[in-house]
Ligand binder design. Structure first.
Ligand SMILES: Nc1ncnc2c1ncn2[C@@H]1O[C@H](COP(=O)(O)OP(=O)(O)O)[C@@H](O)[C@H]1O
Ligand SMILES: [Mg+2]
Length: 274
């Protein structure tokens, strides 16, 4: 028993160390941004700051639960009581660890923008790129129809391809979740051009007929860690997507009606290919 307890304590110490290292990394990345980035990237800075503050807060909750679980496990093991309760506790522990791991994964993806070079992306081909092709196939396999409307005219944007894919994956996954939650519905994607004042944009609309968004939640959608998905949600998808799109001078807009569906519109400056 003592050996078991020691193993658990060692694991917990390891987790605590990892989290401390992650915080140091995130902080130093934020510092670098503050020095390097121009003012027009201001919104990205604000978003990173909010994410860091949120991480501190949010990681604390699963950790507290884990701590209680371990204490309880410790007591049960002392009593020599290896029953279903112990299995449940271990299950809960693993769920909370998974939650932390999801959050860290999303942040890891986000915390390396400096290294990425711009690509000239042909929007007409974007859904043929590997991760999006797989994602749309998987959604269709679940019985959710996806319809993609691509214009004849070639449309280009200039930004790192992986960033745009990251945004579309986040938005499309939300559409999938919304349809799953409602129990039926479909997804419609439309790529077009839009002029606003003097500026030309490429417009990506991802529309679902899923569960929709409650009026009182609409102002929270881009907040880091706002989620209505208690099990698998991180609440980071839209806040990360927002700061990516903003940092390439784009816009992201959401129209939704509870019970009817949601449309997410991504606007990015149109790139004139030479
Ligand atoms: N297409 C959508 N339909 C309904 N609700 C949505 C949609 N997209 C986003 N939301 C709401 O916004 C919240 C935040 O989304 P997101 O930042 O991607 O985090 P997560 O998906 O992990 O919850 C979701 O939990 C959900 O309540
Ligand atoms: Mg999401």
């Amino acid at each position: 028993l003592e050996i078991k307890n020691n193993v658990i304590i060692t694991i917990l110490n390891g987790v605590a160390n990892l989290i401390a290292i992650a915080f140091e990394k995130i902080n130093s990345i934020a510092e670098q941004f503050k020095m390097k980035e121009a003012l027009d990237r201001y919104e990205k800075l604000v978003a990173i700051g909010r994410i860091i503050a949120g991480v501190a807060h949010e990681i604390n909750n699963p950790l507290s639960i884990m701590q209680l679980d371990i204490a309880e496990l410790d007591q049960k093991l002392d009593e020599g009581n290896y029953d279903k309760e112990i299995t449940d506790i271990i299950k809960s522990l693993l769920e909370e660890i998974q939650r932390i791991s999801n959050i860290v994964k999303q942040l890891k993806d986000y915390a390396k923008p400096a290294a990425l070079n711009d690509d000239i992306i042909n929007l007409n081909e974007i859904f043929k790129t590997y991760p999006l092709k797989i994602l749309t196939k998987n959604i269709q396999k679940k019985g959710i129809p996806i319809n993609i409307n691509i214009p004849k005219q070639k449309l280009y944007v200039k930004m790192p391809l992986t960033r745009l894919i990251q945004v579309i994956m986040n938005v499309l996954t939300n559409a999938e979740d919304a349809v799953m939650e409602k129990g039926n519905g479909s997804i419609h994607i439309d790529i077009s051009r839009e002029q606003r004042g003097e500026k030309y944009f490429v417009r990506i609309s991802i529309k679902d007929t899923g569960i929709g968004i409650h009026e009182e939640n609409k102002h929270l959608l881009f907040e880091p860690f706002f989620t209505t998905k208690p099990k698998e949600g991180t609440g980071l998808g839209l806040s990360i997507s927002y700061s990516i799109i903003k940092s390439y001078d784009g816009e992201i807009e959401i129209n939704s009606k509870r019970g009817v569906g949601t449309e997410v519109i991504i606007l990015l400056p149109a790139h004139k290919k030479a």
